[in-house]
Design a protein around this ligand. Structure first.
Ligand code: FES
Length: 154
């Protein structure tokens, strides 16, 4: 908790204490702690002198700003139409199979979380997934197996 408070103070020192600093501070906390806890959101509101509801509203509006704990590697498979037509369903099923979790879940060892996301701007190379910030385009069952196995070994 004190670490979270110290982190937010240092992010506010870096990005400022105006409304414009909200987004970079939220991102900074997610980067460091992998999600936004209630403590973090309350502290950001206090630091920027804005309503906690505003912080919460911004955090939940952007699906990339997680408000629940996630795994070390967050896999986000694009669910938008082009990737959908190119077989995102099979890709998701393959990942579920490999990691023994369902969409929306985190593995017991907290290593992986499997989610979907909206269009990532790689439609011409769908299906696409992100693992943390790295995009993996042109997926099929074999390719996704290879990639996930590599992460399992990490
Ligand atoms: S539809 Fe999947 S990246 Fe655009």
């Amino acid at each position: 908790m004190t670490e979270t408070i110290a982190l937010i103070k240092s992010l506010a020192d870096r990005y400022g204490r105006t409304r414009d600093a909200l987004m970079p501070i939220l991102q900074g906390v997610v980067e460091e702690e992998r999600y936004l806890s209630d403590v973090a959101m309350t502290e950001i509101a206090r630091e920027l002198d804005i309503a906690a509801a505003e912080v919460y509203g911004t955090a939940t509006f952007y699906s990339f700003l997680d408000t629940v704990p996630r795994g070390k590697y967050v896999i986000r498979v694009c669910k938008t139409i082009t990737c959908d037509m190119h077989g995102k369903k099979r890709v998701i099923e393959k990942i579920e199979d490999l990691l023994k979790i369902k969409l929306g879940e985190t593995t017991q060892d907290k290593k992986f979380t499997l989610l979907t996301t909206n269009c990532l701007g790689w439609c011409h190379k769908g299906p696409v997934m992100l693992i943390n910030n790295t995009p993996y385009p042109d997926l099929n069952e074999d390719k996704v197996t290879e990639i996930i196995m590599e992460y399992i070994r990490k």
